[in-house]
Design a protein. Sequence first.
Length: 99
Amino acid sequence: MDMDLKILHCGSCERLKTGVHALALGLAAVMGAYNAAAWLSRRQTHLGINAMLYAALFAWEQQHVAHHLAEIRTLRMPPDAVAPTPPTPAPLVLADKAA
């Protein structure tokens, strides 16, 4: 089977992909919060397991959203532009107390 879907390529349909993962992120947050609250009140094992799984899913989807947002930022940059480097912190200098 030879399928070449445009959406599967990096750099195409990034806004759509971000939206889908953001929706999954929101659902994971709501379902995780519900299961955590239910576990706190009923202490049923499956609710605790569900809460942990939804927390892991939340972290997973957060990484996907961040990846797609970074890709969108990259696509907005002109080809000849140099990516800005983050500022380096100044070295910490401790005063000499012996002086």
